[in-house]
Design a protein around this ligand. Structure first.
Ligand code: CUA
Length: 353
């Protein structure tokens, strides 16, 4: 086990290397408790081994001396553990008080856990995104944690401890990512068994300098990109009007790009029934992740796959093969979409930067 722990290059989910205030407070509690526990272990096991070896029965020994009770020893072994427990309790209450302290001003992020992905809403900025959590370095963040279905647990080990996400109840969590000049990506993970592919319910937290965060906010606030041919008067799925403008006539004569075909297929193939895209007519559902800027995310499938055109096509071809039992796999089976449609939808989604 010790040898295997060395395999995780860069310690993406280590609680022993911290990048935020809550994780650091918890580590500061873990250390003294660990050393106290180690001391208890060494003393108790050492005394046991010593007694077993030193006082073992030898062939010439008869029945050992029979005793009952020893008041001084009993007093010692009651008081010493009581002191150890009081010390641990005091340190724990201190850490708990620090963790629930609410800062005067903070960034609010509403987290909603779904089987098996994460929705992140920034009400102060009017942004909804999924699976990739952007946080400004050095600023307090308060999370409201809700579940859409079963019990999940929100955990980004290098930033904070885990907090359960419980249906019908709002939990909260507060921490401040460390102030640092460079952008870092930290992996998070659902930490409560929540069904078939619980293990694939990951997320990525992007901690970035405030200026980069502001730029991300401005980009996310934009409505989704509309393919040029669509915005230039050849509406998706709608026949060209009887008296089109010269520009629209010119556009209508060009072969339609993959991206524009993907735009049209997004409604025709029913993607719109589950996914929202801001600016796309009637795409407002919140059953699946909001895709307004899906092309700007570094991962798809709840942090599981790198966001590449090839992975996007793999996902659209057979979502159930990648993530068995997920909701999209109930409608999209191998063959539901033709290769041509997959290429078009993938081109459209990847262009949503
Ligand atoms: Cu969600 Cu495990």
């Amino acid at each position: 086990m010790l040898a295997l722990t060395a395999c995780a290059a860069g310690h993406p989910q280590s609680t022993l290397s911290t990048d935020g205030s809550a994780a650091r407070e918890i580590l500061a509690l873990f250390r003294p408790v660990f050393w106290l526990a180690l001391g208890v272990f060494v003393i108790v096991e050492g005394a046991l081994l010593y007694a077993v070896i030193r006082f073992r029965r030898r062939p010439q020994d008869g029945i050992p001396l029979q005793i009952h009770g020893n008041t001084p020893i009993e007093i010692i072994w009651t008081i010493v553990p009581a002191v150890v427990v009081v010390v641990i309790a005091t340190l724990t209450f201190r850490t708990q008080a620090l963790l629930v302290k609410q800062p005067a001003e903070s960034l609010l992020v509403r987290v909603t856990a779904y089987q098996w992905w994460w929705e992140f809403e920034y009400p102060q900025y009017n942004i909804i995104t999924a699976n990739e959590l952007h946080l400004p370095a050095g600023r307090d963040v308060r999370f409201e944690l809700r579940s859409a279905d079963v019990i999940h647990s929100f955990w980004i080990p290098r930033l904070s401890g885990k907090t359960d996400v419980v249906p019908g109840h709002v939990n909260s969590m507060t921490f401040r990512p460390d102030d640092r000049p460079e952008r870092i990506m930290l992996r998070g993970q659902c930490a409560e068994f929540c069904g078939g592919t619980h293990a694939m319910m990951a997320l990525w937290a992007v901690v970035e300098p405030p200026a980069d965060f502001e730029a991300w906010v401005r980009q996310q606030q934009q409505p989704a990109r509309v393919p040029a041919e669509v915005s230039q008067g050849r509406p998706a799925g709608v026949a060209v009007q009887t008296q089109p403008s010269p520009a629209a006539t010119a556009a209508a004569q060009l072969p339609m790009s993959l991206e524009a075909r993907g735009y049209r297929l997004f409604a025709e193939k029913g993607c719109i029934g589950c996914h929202a895209i801001n600016g796309y007519p009637n795409a407002v559902a919140r059953v699946g992740p909001n895709l307004t800027h899906v092309g700007s995310r570094q991962h798809i499938v709840a942090g599981w796959l790198e966001n590449t055109p090839e992975n996007m096509r793999r996902w659209l071809r057979d979502p159930g093969a990648i993530k068995p039992g997920n909701r999209m796999a109930a409608t999209i089976k191998p063959g539901t979409l033709t290769e041509d449609e997959i290429a078009a939808l993938s081109a459209y989604l990847e262009a949503l930067k």
